[in-house]
Design a binder for this molecule. Structure first.
Ligand code: ADP
Length: 229
């Protein structure tokens, strides 16, 4: 697995909030996420963090501007190509979105179950669960796990397709601060081992300080991009 470089140029996204009323969620955002870097997208609630990640993940369409992920021009993809693209990246959310009726191992392999793969799905799920520290919990139901453990399952699931880019939207938002830091340290270690690029939306400066660099968003504009060292 190798990481994608992400190149965002002059990205605009406007929402209609009432008839004749618009809100610029992103008002000309440009950024570069180097290959295999872990970046924090910071900013207060409503500053545009989720919108930015959704556009990079092709879960929503930009009004103008461009997004390049590796050699893919995300803003030029057809619907069918968007679906294929989304399979090449991983998503982690604040709410873990695990399927309550499935075991932990089946949750991890769920995204690839409908597809033919070159790898053994169950075996890959077990390997990923070991990598996130959940060996022995493979047959548990998600409800038997703590919040931090459930987020680890969600991270393993996000990695099932060996993505070149992992997008995490407030991944520590439902966790206490100590557990949240453990989750970020896990993401950094997985990046060290697998080399994927990671972008984490967060309003928590303790989370951002564990990343390689941070981008500060305010009212849909970038205020600063700086290393965290
Ligand atoms: P953040 O993730 O930093 O909290 P968001 O990207 O979720 O910020 O939102 C940026 C702004 O866009 C906010 O003012 C939010 O209310 C608005 N917004 C987000 N999604 C929609 C939508 N679907 N319709 C209208 N406004 C939206």
């Amino acid at each position: 697995m190798s990481g994608f470089q992400v190149e965002v140029c002059d990205l605009h996204k406007r929402y209609m909030t009432a008839p004749d009323q618009y809100l610029d969620a992103l008002a000309g955002v440009s950024l570069t996420a180097p290959e295999a870097s872990v970046g924090a997208v910071m900013g207060p609630s409503g500053s545009g963090k989720s919108t930015l990640l959704h556009l990079i993940g092709a879960m929503d369409a930009a009004d103008s501007g461009s997004i390049r992920v590796g050699d893919i021009d995300v803003t030029a993809l057809s619907r069918r190509e968007q679906t294929a693209y989304r399979r090449r990246i991983g998503f982690v959310f604040q709410r873990f979105h695990l399927l309550a009726a499935l075991t932990v191992a089946d949750n991890v392999s769920a995204p690839v179950l409908p597809h033919r793969t070159t790898f053994d799905k169950h075996q890959r799920a077990l390997e990923l669960l070991a990598a996130v520290g959940l060996e022995g919990r493979e047959q548990s139901l998600p409800s038997r796990l703590s919040g931090g453990q459930q987020q680890r399952v969600a991270i393993a699931r996000a990695l099932i397709n060996q993505p070149g880019l992992l997008l995490a939207d407030e991944p520590t938002g439902n966790l206490d601060s100590h557990t949240g830091i453990d989750i970020i340290d896990l993401l950094v270690r997985l990046r060290d081992e697998h080399g994927m690029t990671v972008l984490i939306a967060t309003h928590d400066s303790a989370v951002a300080s564990r990343c390689d660099y941070m981008i500060q968003l305010l009212d849909g504009e970038i205020e600063a991009q700086a290393p965290t060292t």
